[in-house]
Structures are given as C-alpha cells and as structure tokens.
Write a protein that binds this ligand. Structure first.
Ligand code: PAF
Length: 280
C-alpha cells in the first residue's frame, strides 16, 4: 500500500495507473474509519482495479471551530485498518498544500439552493466546504469511480449534482448506511458519545422507522407525524433540529408526482450532532 502526502505524488501515481489502463476507485474520508467506510472500500475494490482512500479532516466544511478541533483523528489506526483491506494508496494531504491561500480566499465550488436547505440551513457554508474539497480531491486522485455513503444523503445528492453540472468524468456510487446492531447509523461522531448518550442514540433511528411505518400504512398527516417524532426525540433527551419527509430525487417537499421519498433527520445529543435518514 502506498502512503502519499503530496499532491504531485498522488497525481503521478494516478497518471501511471491511467496509462496502464487501470480503473481507479476512490473513497474520500475524514478518517476515524469504521465498518461503514470499509463497506465503501469493499465496493470500490469490487468495481475497480486500484483503490485510493483519502483521509483529510477538511476545515472548510466545519462551521464550528470546536467541532473541527474535536473531530476524532486516528490516522495510525486508520492506516493499519486499511492495510488489511484491498487498498492501493492512502492519500493524506497536508492542509497547507491543499489550501495554500488559506480557507477564506481559496476558490470555492457551490451547488446553489440545495446546499442551503436541511443540513445546509443549520450548518452555514458546510456543503460549499464539501463540494470544494471533493472537487479538489477528484482533480488530484483522478478516479473513474467514487463511492460515498447514503448516511450523508444530502451530501451524496449534492455531489451527484456537482459532477453532473461540471461534467466531471467520475461515476458516483452511493452505498446503504451501515448500522450498529441497535440501528444507530455508523458515524465517527458516535465515538464522542458517553455511555449514557450512546444508549439513547438509537432512538433517532427508531423514531424514523416508526414514522416510515406509519406513512407506509397510509397516514398522510405528515405534520402531525413530524411533531410526534420531534416530541419523542426531545423526551428521549435529544435537541432535535429537523425531521423532514422529502422527495428523494431532489430533496424538495414531495408532490403528487413524487415516487421516491426519504425521511431525513438531525438532532443533537449533548454536543454531538447526529443525522440519519430512511427511504420510504
Ligand atoms: O463524508 C465525509 O466524510 C466528508 O464530507 C468528505 C466527503 C470526505 C469530504 O470531506
């Protein structure tokens, strides 16, 4: 496995592979890897000849400096974990090299509208940070395919739109959310939950699941269902941010023409913000 820290070295390796006719799969991460990330790596290795995983806690996508500072960084364990899988290169860029002019003055990539609803409404500038860094990583790694988790449903949607709008020659694959046995969506942030909050955390998934069941049984009073879900979360000890039923193809309010729906939710448990979603 190649451990790469510089942009030039990563670009040179990708160019060599491209010239050899190798198909390159890419999994961008912020590290602190769990089974969810590994399922993305597995998918990339099934559909490509070479797999690159990047590890970079991207300061541009954090609206809260403390959240950035406290984001778990476990680079040695991550590299060890990846060496046990079919990964050909781990790219760990340097912040200074990625943003030489600083994050305020660097060129940004924005998918308008959709970046400012749901997660974007609560986390100003978050998705501009994501699309900017993913675009840069695509230019550096030059993959044919990139694999993302559906847990970040809105992120996946926005990246697909960016790739389509900017004609980026990368195929995007979305993979189902990996869950703990109690239903909690796997996330690096879960490690920051104390044991009492870790016990409460699966309630987020349970509440989504109950709302989904009710909708499937024909309940059309969505505002009432939403209100009851928010109350259940508060009662369990969450500070809910939103629960929304949306059209899964555009994340707008469902209409009579909507065929695929998704419930998306975000809630804070102490200082940890958890998100989850379920297709209906
Ligand atoms: O989903 C993530 O871990 C991050 O948002 C990503 C895609 C690696 C960009 O920093």
């Amino acid at each position: 496995m190649n451990f790469i820290n510089t942009i030039k070295e990563m670009q040179n390796l990708s160019t060599t592979w491209q010239l050899e006719g190798q198909h390159i799969g890419f999994v961008p991460t912020m590290g602190n890897l769990h089974a969810g990330h590994l399922s993305l790596v597995k998918k990339a290795s099934e559909v490509c000849d070479k797999v690159v995983v990047s590890i970079f806690v991207n300061p541009l996508q954090f609206d809260d400096g403390q959240d950035f500072a406290r984001y778990p960084r476990t680079i040695e364990e991550d590299q060890e974990e990846l060496s046990a899988h079919k990964v050909d290169a781990v790219f760990v860029p340097d912040e200074q090299e990625l943003y030489p002019l600083g994050k305020e003055t660097t060129t940004k990539v924005e998918v308008p509208g959709i970046s400012n609803i749901l997660e974007g409404a609560s986390r100003a500038g978050h998705f501009v940070g994501v699309t900017t860094v993913v675009n840069k990583l695509f230019n550096i790694v030059q993959p044919h395919i990139a694999v993302f988790g559906e847990k970040d449903f809105q992120q996946l949607h926005i990246i697909r739109q960016m790739v389509s709008d900017l004609n980026i020659p990368v195929e995007i694959i979305g993979m189902p959310t990996a869950r703990e046995v109690d239903g909690l969506a796997m996330s690096s942030r879960n490690n920051r939950l104390d044991s009492a909050r870790r016990e409460i955390a699966p309630v987020l998934h349970q509440v989504l699941d109950e709302m989904r069941e009710k909708i499937l049984q024909g309940r059309a009073d969505v505002p009432v269902l939403k209100q009851s879900a928010l109350e259940q979360l508060s009662k369990a000890g969450f500070e809910p941010d939103y629960i929304e039923l949306r059209d899964a193809t555009n994340l707008q309010e469902p209409t009579d023409n909507t065929t695929e729906r998704v419930i998306l939710a975000a809630a804070r448990l102490g200082e940890i913000r958890l998100i989850d979603n379920l297709r209906v």
